[in-house]
Design a protein around this ligand. Structure first.
Ligand code: HEM
Length: 319
């Protein structure tokens, strides 16, 4: 959607290399952004760059810059030859001075890269956690399959328009975002003015990290807080959604800095997960359970990537 690109195994070798490259750049970005750096907390140690994170970030920046430069160049060359994507829209907006800046190219590159970074890894990680949790809970997986078979059937593929009828699938996505939020500490916020929160004085310029991971597993707010149970959203009699109003569940944040991609993310995650479930039976390799340990990085990926055995469950012509 950002650059009119797809990542599929049948790409031409050059495009496949490019897709692989952006995947690695995104992974590295999230790993570094979520790394602990002592110089950040003890500024007098900053200059040593003890963990080499600043060095690694500068290196990463050079690679990202090259990548985005090429993307921008290709877009300028092919402008008008196909349906416009986000990069084309940004180029037009900066060229027509709808967005004003000292350096138009930087605005386009930075905005497009923000979208790629913020939208890709978060959604992918959420889908991977959801599948992992489901494979460790065959009863819940069975219910998800039942719902898909009832509301979509097995003679056509699930479509985006089916989502409103798939309440259990939506509850699975919510429960995944509760236990495995892809932004466990949100993004750092900073107070522009002094204020009082819950009786505490917060001076201007204070950095705030919101531990959503802890809130969403708090035993004072949730029954059986660590249990993966999508039914909790269907049987509680209280509508809790993830859109920033119910503070016990804010995987996208809340208020003015709430994730601007939330609506898209909910559709992409629910749709992709639904299609993967509708299309396949999912099994853990014989004699194993899926490991649910959290790894390092801003988006809280799994420590051990999901390995699964899948079996088609629809007529072959649908694949
Ligand atoms: C399951 C998927 C996603 C999750 C869990 C997620 C979560 C978040 C969270 C927690 C924040 C920080 C909010 C805060 O600090 O209050 C955020 C910010 C952001 N998200 Fe998402 N996000 C997802 C998908 C997306 C998508 C698909 C896009 C765009 C295509 C996107 C674009 C952004 C951007 C640009 C920001 C930064 C906003 C700012 O700095 O003010 N996100 N997201």
């Amino acid at each position: 959607m950002v650059a009119s690109k797809r990542f599929s195994p049948d790409l031409a070798p050059e495009d496949f290399k490019e897709a692989q490259q952006i995947k690695e750049l995104i992974e590295e970005t999230f790993l570094l952004a979520g790394s602990f750096d002592i110089g950040y907390y003890l500024p007098f140690l900053k200059w040593i760059d003890l963990h080499g994170i600043v060095f690694a970030m500068k290196n990463l920046h050079k690679k990202r810059e090259l990548f985005m430069k090429k993307l921008l160049h290709d877009h300028r060359e092919k402008r008008g030859l196909r349906a416009p994507d986000l990069i084309d829209v940004l180029i037009s907006a900066t060229d027509n001075l709808e967005i004003q800046s000292d350096n138009n190219d930087d605005v386009v590159k930075a905005t497009a890269l923000s979208m790629i970074n913020a939208g890709t890894e978060t959604s992918a990680v959420t889908i991977e956690w959801a599948l992992s949790a489901l494979m460790n809970h065959p009863d819940i997986l069975w219910k998800a399959h039942q719902e898909l078979d009832t509301h979509v059937g097995q003679d056509r593929l699930m479509d985006e328009s089916d989502i409103p009828n798939l309440k259990y699938l939506q509850a699975i996505v919510k429960e995944t975002l509760r236990l495995y939020p892809a932004g466990p500490l949100l993004l750092p916020h900073e107070s522009t003015k002094a204020c009082t929160v819950g009786g505490f004085l917060v001076p201007a310029g204070t950095q705030l990290l919101v531990n959503v991971w802890a809130i969403q597993r708090d035993a004072a707010l949730w029954e059986r807080p660590t249990e993966f149970d999508p039914d909790r959203f269907l049987n509680s009699g209280k509508e809790i959604n993830v859109k920033g109003h119910d503070f016990e569940l804010i995987p996208f944040g809340s208020g003015r800095r709430i994730c601007p991609g939330m609506s898209l993310a909910l559709i992409v995650v629910t749709y992709t997960l639904g299609r993967l479930l509708q299309s396949f039976e999912w099994f853990a390799p014989v004699g194993t359970v899926i490991d649910m340990t959290e790894g390092l990085g801003l988006s809280m990926p799994k420590l051990i990537p999901l390995e699964a055995i899948i079996k088609p469950r629809l007529p072959l012509h649908l694949y």
